[in-house]
Ligand binder design. Structure first.
Ligand code: T3D
Length: 258
């Protein structure tokens, strides 16, 4: 059975971490399949949003600590470079939205995978743990870059140093995730959002992702230049034409994603 299940449906690529007996802990096979899924999403014009979730009661418990490849004394830098960094790079480079459906606990690299998505919706019973320091490590999978941006430096440092579990509600109250919903509403909320994103002007959404990520580390002048270049490209898309025509006709736009 695959460590990652992938299914396509009406513009949505459904990517499910699928090692439920291990709380979807990440081993080399899972990391490879996950990377491949994001790379496929980039290459398929029919895919307009990725919906990332976990099978069973957890979202993802981070690195599989029973994997002999990461036994104490092994070269963790090699694992990071081979398994984790390519996944996060593929997620952030994907010019399409990634919606994380956090159905349960997200720990270590599992938490940072969720935070590397573009929109995060969590079940009320879900939680996040930067558990790295509990085993003598630092946050990887982009955590040291993403956590201060999502939580602010003070909370990022405390989360990473203390390794305390925070509830989905706390993460939402701190502005780090988009929404938290009752467990019974998780499916419906995520389906609705995924369908909305799958019908959105995909090129514009990709440009938004690129510009906001790049803008966070650049000067205002550089951001203005970047927005200008990207808007020039978007202005030539069929979706921009459709958006303006639909507005004038007082009807809902039918975006084709290009
Ligand atoms: O290259 C490198 O190695 C560096 C990269 C590091 C990236 C990282 O992600 S480091 C952080 C690794 N993850 C963790 O430290 C989290 C470990 N897990 C936990 O702390 C807890 O399991 C949870 C808080 C996530 C959930 O707790 P709970 O009480 O709901 O479940 P549980 O009973 O602890 O776990 C259920 C089963 O899943 C259990 O197996 P068993 O006893 O039923 O056979 C447990 O051992 C297994 N499991 C949970 N997490 C992992 C795991 N097995 C392997 N690796 C795991 N990470």
């Amino acid at each position: 059975m695959s460590a990652v299940q992938v299914a396509r449906d009406a513009g949505i690529l459904r990517v499910t971490l699928n090692r439920p007996e291990k709380l979807n802990a990440i081993d080399a096979a899972l990391a490879g399949e996950l990377r491949a899924a994001f790379e496929q999403a980039a290459g398929e014009a029919n895919v307009r949003v990725v919906l990332l979730t976990g099978a069973g009661r957890a979202f993802c418990a981070g690195q599989d600590l029973a994997d002999p490849g990461v036994a104490p004394g092994s070269d963790l830098g090699a694992t990071i470079e081979r398994c984790y960094n390519p996944v996060v790079r593929a997620m952030r480079a994907l010019p399409k939205p990634i919606l994380a459906r956090v159905n349960g606990v997200a720990a270590g690299a599992g938490a940072n995978l969720a935070f590397a998505a573009d929109i995060v919706v969590a079940a009320r019973s879900a939680s996040f743990i930067e558990s790295f320091s509990r085993i003598g490590l630092l946050p990887d999978s982009g955590g040291t870059w993403m956590l201060p941006r999502l939580f602010g430096r003070a909370r990022a440092v405390a989360l990473a140093m203390l390794g305390e579990r925070i509830s989905a509600e706390q993460a939402h109250a701190w502005g780090a995730i988009w929404s938290v919903v009752d467990d019974a509403e998780l499916d419906e909320t995520c389906e609705m959002l995924a369908r909305t994103l799958a019908q959105a002007p995909t090129a514009a959404l990709g440009a938004i992702k690129t510009a906001i990520d790049a803008g966070a580390g650049s000067t205002l002048e550089a951001a203005l230049e970047r927005e200008c270049g990207l808007q020039r490209v978007l202005g030539a898309t069929g979706d921009y034409r459709e958006g303006v025509e639909a507005f004038a006709a007082k009807r809902a736009p039918q975006f084709q994603g290009r």
